[in-house]
Design a protein around this ligand. Structure first.
Ligand code: HEC
Length: 172
């Protein structure tokens, strides 16, 4: 009996690790594809800046001292029309700069569905790799890949005062 329990536990554990790494890999692949499409679109030259914001505007915690926020056409049109929610296909790219104007990270929200929270979130390092955050859970150190639905991104954004989850800049 003990042996059977052990075997079951073992199989379950291996299964979860397998599924877990599968999800992480899937998210990393999606993030890499998104990064490539951003470069192909040459967003820095072709996308609109967030309405009313210039390049390198003064940032809010935790997004860096200076920020530049770009919106693709779908997002830009929605903002122009005063939409309260971003339609599917909207992409918002926020470049996060240090006080000395070196680029620290690029955080992206990609609206992949019609639902309010159907966002794919990513934090990229300036070279395009996905940022990894070290967290401690139950005394164990773990690495969390910041792509998909990272708890930090979602948790803070969902707490935006009006509940308008995706247009935080208007809420402040
Ligand atoms: C502690 C709160 C907090 C966390 C955590 C956070 N954000 Fe934000 N985010 C904000 C605030 C505040 C703004 C508005 C900043 C501004 O433009 O001045 C913002 C704006 C953005 C924007 C521009 C669109 C918008 O809603 O204004 C993107 C894209 C974004 N965040 C992505 C991310 C990603 C990706 C993560 C996780 C890696 C993340 N954020 C984590 C608070 C947070």
């Amino acid at each position: 009996m003990r042996k059977l329990l052990f075997v079951i536990t073992f199989v379950l554990a291996v299964g979860f690790v397998y599924i877990g790494s599968g999800i992480a890999k899937d998210e990393s692949d999606k993030a890499a594809k998104l990064w490539n499409s951003m470069q192909e679109a040459d967003y820095q030259n072709n996308w609109a800046l967030w309405p009313g914001k210039s390049k390198l505007y003064k940032g809010t915690h935790p997004h860096g001292a200076l920020l530049t926020t770009y919106t693709n056409e779908t997002a830009a049109n929605a903002l122009k029309a005063g939409a309260k929610e971003m339609p599917k296909g909207s992409i918002i790219i926020k470049e996060n700069y240090m006080p000395d104007k070196t680029l620290g990270a690029i955080t992206v929200m990609d609206k992949t569905g019609d639902g309010k929270d159907d966002y794919f979130w990513v934090k990229y390092m300036p070279n395009g790799t996905v940022a990894v955050k070290e967290v401690e859970m139950d005394g164990k150190k773990m690495s969390v890949t910041l792509a998909g639905k990272p708890k930090g991104c979602v948790g803070c954004h969902i707490a935006s005062v009006s509940g308008i989850y995706d247009i935080m800049t208007e809420v402040k």
